[in-house]
Design a protein around this ligand. Structure first.
Ligand SMILES: N[C@@H](CCC(=O)N[C@@H](CS)C(=O)NCC(=O)O)C(=O)O
Length: 209
């Protein structure tokens, strides 16, 4: 049971990892780490020196960074079929890393009110170029496909779909029909709903806050 420990907080990117764990159907133990001192001191900072969640420990190894955790889990539990075969991972890696780098930074900058200046040199240095380009490419990539890495649902959908869902919820992404259609399919999954129910039940109640 404790081969796999999941350190999380229900108000965090840990929700993405929970969804992945529920997709895998593997056994895991959850440890909720409270924000503040518990996250920034021992024993947790020996597990994740950034003092952040999510983090997993599997067979004695600690893995941090949500997309790395997802890629690791997809390979550690191959029977779940959440990573394509090695020779078919072009789109899988591309979109997993696109979401981890360009997309995440663009959405964070959007929420902070930062825009990459309208200057070709600066946009050439910025990994996502500019926000409009990023949104256009993402919407195009979701047109006429079932899942982002091919015909089969994969860990890349868990990660990309989570960012798109949060982006639309927090208004850092427009509610485009391409995004809505993609999300509707993902949000309908039993594992997604189960994961949300578990994390919602872990949320502090209003009285506790
Ligand atoms: N790059 C990390 C980011 C992790 C992260 O920033 N987690 C936030 C919650 S979503 C956190 O733990 N913040 C608490 C803090 O830094 O004090 C990932 O993708 O997992």
């Amino acid at each position: 049971m404790s081969d796999l420990i999941f350190y999380t907080n229900p108000m965090s990117r840990g929700r993405i990892v929970r969804w992945m764990l529920e997709e895998l159907g593997c056994k895991y133990r959850t440890e909720v780490i409270e924000y503040g001192t518990a996250m920034k001191t021992e024993p947790f900072i020996s597990i994740n020196p950034m003092g952040k969640v999510p983090t997993i420990s599997h067979l004695g190894k600690n893995i941090t960074e949500t997309p790395a955790i997802l890629a690791y889990l997809a390979d550690a539990f191959p029977e779940a079929g959440l990573a394509p075969a090695l020779n078919e991972r072009d789109a899988y890696y591309r979109w997993l890393f696109f979401a981890a780098g360009p997309l995440e930074s663009a959405l964070m900058n959007k929420s902070l009110g930062f825009e990459v200046p309208d200057d070709p040199k600066t946009q050439g240095m910025a990994g996502y170029g500019n926000y409009d380009l990023l949104v256009k490419v993402l919407a195009q990539s979701l047109t006429g496909v079932n899942y982002i890495a091919g015909e089969k649902f994969s860990a890349a959908d868990v990660y990309l779909g989570s960012h798109i869902g949060w982006g639309m919820q927090f208004n850092t992404l427009p509610k485009l029909p391409e995004f809505e259609k993609y999300l509707a399919k993902l949000n309908d999954r039993d594992a997604y709903q189960r994961a949300n129910d578990i994390d919602n039940a872990l949320m502090p109640s209003a009285e506790e806050e």
